[in-house]
Design a protein around this ligand. Structure first.
Ligand code: NJP
Length: 264
């Protein structure tokens, strides 16, 4: 069976191949589970990865949006309705994915949200939800997927943020949740260096519906143009693809990407 990879270069009628054994993961790095695939960065990543031939598990709560995306993409997609804060739902989704595709080669922990507010004005339910989705949701997915990922010598990609590295006003709890992802990524790297690759993708503001979660009307007004002028989600998808496909030569531990605010 021909081995098609980024290392296989077509010259008119023949294909130059390198031995799969030199780069064993390229033979199997096919099945990608994306959380938060119904919108923004997750949906853009699904489109880009699908175009490259990967098989995808599309996870989110919004079945209708996932179905629309899956219909657009066609075959090689599995819709997995799942709230990442519910461990049993994550278990069931991961099981379905493994039943259909065999193993998880890449887990993209992308589902997340942020509510902009001051510490004094912040709502406790919103703080809890950010911790539940951005931290516990990632841990739920990691815990359930780890055995399959290890078996596959796979790759975990965590969606961090500039807020993983610095604290911004009016988003202190969000920043805390994104700081936690650095610790989670580092612990994977330290404990499983010969079994898993791990990459943290840390973007600045990205033009997605992300900011629309903010319930404080004044904050929404203050930030919405800032996010609208942010990075395109396809730019983040491109970094995810790069992290997956570049891993033949080395592991990309982290990509930090900021909007080019000098552009008009
Ligand atoms: O946001 P959005 P982004 N269970 O709102 C899903 C980080 N980030 O693409 O369940 C399962 O378009 C939700 O699906 P649904 C950010 O922190 C962003 O911008 O159907 N899924 C949707 O698919 C996040 O980690 C910016 O509502 C749940 C997705 O999450 C990641 O990028 C900057 C869920 C959110 O899509 C993607 O965000 C930055 C749950 N309980 C980092 N709750 C930025 N946009 O500026 C939510 O540095 N989802």
């Amino acid at each position: 069976m021909p081995f098609h990879s980024p290392l296989a270069t077509r010259h008119s009628s023949f294909v130059i191949r390198r031995s799969p054994f030199q780069f064993p993961h390229l033979c199997t790095m096919k099945n990608i589970l994306i959380t938060g695939a119904s919108s923004g960065i997750g949906a853009a990543s699904a489109r880009m990865l699908h175009a490259k031939g990967y098989k995808l598990g599309l996870m989110a709560r919004s079945t209708d949006k996932l179905n629309v995306l899956a219909a657009e993409l066609g075959e090689r997609c599995l819709v997995l309705t799942c709230d990442v804060t519910r461990y049993e739902e994550v278990q069931s989704s991961v099981q379905q994915f493994v039943d259909v595709f065999g193993q998880i080669d890449v887990l993209i922990n992308n589902a997340g949200l942020g509510y902009f507010d001051t510490l004094v004005g912040g709502k406790i339910e919103e703080w809890h939800t950010m911790v539940d989705v951005n931290v516990k949701g990632v841990l739920n997915c990691l815990h359930v997927a780890l055995p399959s990922l290890i078996e596959a010598r796979g790759h975990v990609i965590n969606l961090g943020s500039l807020a993983s590295h610095q604290v911004f006003p009016n988003s202190g709890v969000y920043c805390a949740t994104k700081h936690a992802l650095i610790a989670i990524s580092d612990s994977i790297r330290l404990e499983l260096p010969d079994k898993l690759r791990v990459t943290t993708i840390s973007p600045g503001s990205v033009d997605t519906p992300f900011i629309n979660s903010t319930s404080n009307a004044q904050m929404l007004d203050q930030y919405k143009d800032y996010f609208a002028a942010g990075l395109r989600p396809e730019m983040i998808a491109q970094q995810i693809l790069h992290a997956i496909e570049a891993s033949a030569g080395g592991v990309i531990s982290e990509i930090i990407i900021r909007p080019n605010r000098s552009m008009k």
